[in-house]
Write a protein that binds this ligand. Structure first.
Ligand SMILES: NC(=O)c1ccc[n+]([C@@H]2O[C@H](COP(=O)([O-])OP(=O)(O)OC[C@H]3O[C@@H](n4cnc5c(N)ncnc54)[C@H](O)[C@@H]3O)[C@@H](O)[C@H]2O)c1
Length: 414
């Protein structure tokens, strides 16, 4: 993808009302996500304290933010005065004690439950009882993180996507114990920051990382079963499906290890639901160190500059094969099979009351750049058709992975 990863879409967002309950913002963890979130909050007008426990890390992150803002100035997207004002609003710090009383603190430390739980306990002790405590976790249950907070109703997830200044989507995640009023506040604040928030419950993978699972899994299974090679599957999803990248090239881009870890986490958290079971295909890639672009080889081979190494590929897509598969039986049609599973996953999420149909579609369009939201896609294909396709897949591959959601045929989503 050619996205310029440094350009905030709302660099000129108006400062948030000083009188709002969200005054100063604290960001804990100044890595890839924390630094980006700090930039977004400061651009929206908040005074931001950016804390990182590693000596000098927060100060270095502020320098990185300064460089990103300068690039925007260079492109005429931000005036140098505005860039200087944004940067001046961010203060680096090394301990939680240096945080002022904040309206909101967003935690973005590594994905480790014990670490996050401890930080939330400490934040709850140090910050006023009205401070909203948010986590940027991608996979941990919000209620697990708030376990040591005396008033867990103020703890919620603000799941930004990478890179935060560019990606418009934020999943606002509520735990069992999060109070609605705080969720409403968070939704309003994210809009004020120029983001498009969606609301979901603390279900494994939230919306995007849950609904997207079959996009990867079906492609891997199709290749594993010898139905088609990777280049042909990717070509079909890209050229016939309108997806910006094929699933196999996308997992190479993300990192096979990272993608496998997210999938495995959803699988574990759903009690090892067959739908999310990792494939031997991907496990073998990871075991062989074929992690994707970053290691020079994944599903495909890459040159030193990260571009596809054409001389090392087995050949391009087999267009004759693609022509035979697309529109044929669903079990061997990479596009129909993937779309049916995406629709099923989305419909199930909505039927369980974990997110609204509109929010699922918005999340998938903005978070993954799918050409259509899966619910909208299901309406187009026909939920009854999707149910029949899944029944066919279930017969071809029994075991529960392809069980159709009852909501496909109960009329609740038409
Ligand atoms: N990277 C992504 O694409 C992405 C996207 C969405 C969400 N997330 C989530 O965001 C969180 C952060 O991810 P990241 O990629 O920015 O990680 P990262 O490793 O780049 O940064 C984490 C930072 O936290 C600091 N840190 C560690 N312990 C700390 C402590 N006790 N107090 C303060 N700072 C501490 C580290 O020094 C490091 O700078 C994770 O929960 C991750 O799952 C990541």
């Amino acid at each position: 993808m050619d996205t310029d990863l440094t350009e905030p879409e709302h660099a000129r967002a108006e400062p948030v009302d000083e009188g709002s309950p969200f005054g100063p913002v604290g960001v804990v963890g100044a890595g890839a996500m924390g630094a980006g979130i700090a930039q977004v909050a400061a651009t929206a007008g908040h005074a931001v304290t950016l804390v990182d426990a590693a000596p000098g890390a927060a100060a270095t992150a502020v320098e990185r933010i300064g460089a990103a803002l300068s690039r925007l100035v260079g492109k005429g997207r931000l005036s140098s005065d505005d860039a200087a004002a944004v940067l001046a609003r961010i203060t680096p710090a090394e301990t939680l004690d240096e945080l002022p009383n904040c309206g909101l603190v967003i935690e973005a430390v590594p994905e480790d439950l014990e670490l996050k739980r401890r930080i939330f306990g400490e934040l709850a002790d140090r910050q006023p009882s009205t401070t909203v405590l948010a986590t940027n976790t991608s996979s941990i249950d919000i209620d697990d993180i708030s376990a040591e907070v005396a008033d867990p109703e103020r703890v919620l997830g603000l799941h930004f996507f990478n890179p935060p200044p560019v990606m418009e989507l934020v999943e606002v995640v509520h735990g069992e114990r999060t109070a609605d009023a705080y969720v409403e506040h968070a939704l309003a604040l994210m809009k004020a920051w120029g983001k498009t928030p969606v609301r979901c419950s603390s279900t494994p993978g939230f919306i995007v990382n849950r609904v997207a699972r079959p996009f990867y899994g079906e492609a891997q299974r199709i290749v594993e079963a010898g139905i088609a090679d990777a280049a042909t599957v990717d070509w079909v999803l890209r050229e016939k499906g309108g997806f910006p990248m094929g699933p196999l090239e996308l997992t190479d881009f993300i990192g096979q290890d990272v993608n496998l870890a997210v999938g495995t986490s959803v699988w574990e958290q759903t009690g090892r639901d067959e739908r999310y079971a990792p494939t031997a295909f991907q496990q073998e890639l990871v075991e062989a160190g074929r992690l994707g672009r970053k290691s020079g080889r994944g599903v495909y081979a890459y040159a030193a500059d990260g571009s596809l190494d054409a001389s090392a590929q087995d050949g391009g897509p087999d267009l004759e094969l693609a022509g035979r598969l697309v529109g044929g039986p669903v079990a061997t049609d990479p596009l129909a099979r993937t779309v049916a599973m995406l629709v099923n996953e989305a419909v199930d999420l909505v039927a369980r009351g974990e997110a609204s149909a509109d929010d699922v579609d918005t999340a998938m369009r903005l978070g993954t750049r799918y050409p259509r939201g899966p619910i909208e896609w299901g309406r187009e294909v026909g939920f009854d058709v999707v149910a029949r396709q899944l029944a066919e897949l279930d017969e071809a591959y029994p075991g529960g992975r392809y069980r159709p959601s009852p909501a496909l045929t109960d009329g609740s989503l038409t």
